[in-house]
Design a protein around this ligand. Structure first.
Ligand code: GDP
Ligand code: IMO
Ligand code: MG
Length: 431
């Protein structure tokens, strides 16, 4: 009967989508509980690629996919994704796609404000995805947001858009020096979306609870990564939602007793898109090689991802912040052929040893990683099906990471496809 939360343990793009797709075969539901189309989860099935930005990665397994109340949803992007899936022969119906009536709508002015603010920040910009995520969550917290339930009520919707546009246009054309938005155009556009999306909009918290009460396996799919969390990440270089596992409950509307396990996804090295501190970042040919071999380009914005060694200070914090019960290592194959690998086990800062991520970014920027080094391996790990078939140094690297994490290694991924995965423990069975 488990509810399993799947979260990224680093700065996103750990391969959450691939693992949710894989595990969804044994689940009834996949529920996203935060974020919006800032996420980009790449799924590769039978050589075909699909990038989901909003729809949970269980959709290719034809499972019930829920966009939870904690999400911020751009309806145009949702419709685009639905159409793309249909064109791939995946039926998207109100039976397998449910959108929370309480989820907030990303409006054109959210995107305009996101982009204009970043321009104004110049050299101090965050490097957001420009999808309007932050401004939409600001309106949610400011109790000015517009929800799907409002979209379905044209009178309320018109009123809300006019009220919002008054304030946003003041901000856009005044402080941000950007073009104002036209509320009537927005209303016309969004009421068309409403016609298409209305059948999918439901009180999803009730439906998720119903499935949980019936003992169904449910996956709660995290987006972004633990260190992009609005409270626990490297503020201000973070996203605007809680990405940690605790938010699976608030963001989908079930109580904590519905969560039975938390699987942390760990990329075998570290990447980051956008700005912000990254103590183990590599600026040499090893970093370039990892970037090239791992094809580390953002799935949402196409930006080159920064690459570096595995960072146990970061990962230990993720074990603690999410209450991880197990972890999965992805992209092990990208490290094939490196003569030596490093794992950061602590930082030094002004002669002091630090074992926790400091809140002060100036301190973090001055941290020097303490590394232990491990021998690499030449034999390719791609496609390996059995842990014992991995090269001895790859096994030793993984077991060392497991020892440092202090929780069981449950899955190892050595390629983007479903079959390029080995399960050491049954994620559903262990709870
Ligand atoms: P997510 O946002 O956490 O779902 O991750 P992304 O999809 O943004 O980035 C992970 C990328 O790595 C995708 O292109 C996946 O297809 C790919 N990938 C996932 N697991 C593996 C793996 O084990 N090996 C390799 N080579 N690629 C992988
Ligand atoms: P997935 O789910 C990696 C980063 C952006 C930027 C910061 C804030 O694919 O792992 P935002 O648009 O959210 O306000 O941008 O967060 N970011 C991600 N980085 N993977 C993601 O999602 C991300 N979603 C946001 O690059 O640094
Ligand atoms: Mg991604």
């Amino acid at each position: 009967m488990p509810g399993i939360v799947i979260v990224g343990t680093q700065w996103g793009d750990e391969g959450k989508g691939k693992i949710v797709d894989l595990l969804a075969e044994r689940a009834r539901m996949a529920v996203r509980f935060q974020g919006g189309n800032n996420a980009g989860h790449t799924l590769v099935v039978d050589g075909k690629k699909f990038i989901s930005h909003l729809i949970p990665s269980g959709i290719l397994q034809k499972k019930t996919c829920v966009l939870g109340n904690g999400m911020v949803v751009d309806p145009a992007e949702l419709i685009r994704e639905m159409d793309e899936l249909e064109s791939m022969g995946i039926a998207v119906t109100p039976d397998n796609l449910l959108v929370s009536d309480r989820a907030h709508l990303i409006m054109p002015y959210h995107k305009a404000v996101d982009i204009a603010r970043e321009c104004l920040r110049g050299g101090t910009k965050i490097g957001t995805t420009g999808r309007g995520i932050g401004p939409c969550y600001e309106d949610k917290a400011g109790r000015r947001g517009i929800r799907f339930v409002d979209l379905l009520n044209p009178n309320t919707f018109r009123e809300r858009v006019h009220a919002a546009a008054g304030e946003k246009n003041h901000l856009l054309s005044g402080y941000l020096k950007a073009a104002p938005v036209n509320p009537d155009e927005i209303i016309g556009e969004y009421l068309e979306y409403a016609k298409r999306l209305a059948p999918y909009v439901k009180d999803t918290a009730v439906l998720v609870e119903e499935a949980a009460a019936q003992g169904a396996n449910i996956l709660f799919e995290g987006a972004q990564g633990t260190h992009l969390d609005i409270d626990h990440g490297t503020v201000p270089f973070v996203t605007s939602s809680n990405t940690v596992a605790g938010n699976a409950c608030a963001g989908s509307g079930v109580g904590p007793r519905r969560v039975n396990g938390v699987l942390g996804i760990v990329k075998a090295y570290t990447t980051r898109v956008g700005r912000g501190p990254f103590p183990t970042e590599l600026f040499d040919e090893v970093g370039d090689r990892i970037q090239r071999v791992g094809a580390e380009f953002g799935a949402t914005t196409g930006r080159r991802r920064r690459c570096g060694w595995l960072d146990m200070v970061q990962l230990k914090a993720s074990v603690r912040l999410n209450g991880l019960t197990g972890f999965c290592v992805t992209k092990l194959d990208v490290l094939d052929g490196l003569s030596e690998l490093s794992i950061c086990t602590a930082y030094t800062h002004k002669g002091e040893t630090l074992r926790e991520f400091p809140a002060d970014l100036e301190v973090l920027a001055g941290c020097v990683p303490v590394y232990e080094t491990h021998p690499g391996w030449d034999t390719p790990t791609v496609d390996a099906q059995d842990f014992n078939a991995l090269p001895a140094s790859a096994r030793a690297y993984l077991r060392r990471v497991e020892e440092l994490m202090g929780i069981p290694l449950q899955i190892v991924s050595t390629g983007p496809g479903r079959t390029q995965t080995m399960e050491l423990q049954d994620v559903f069975g262990g709870v």
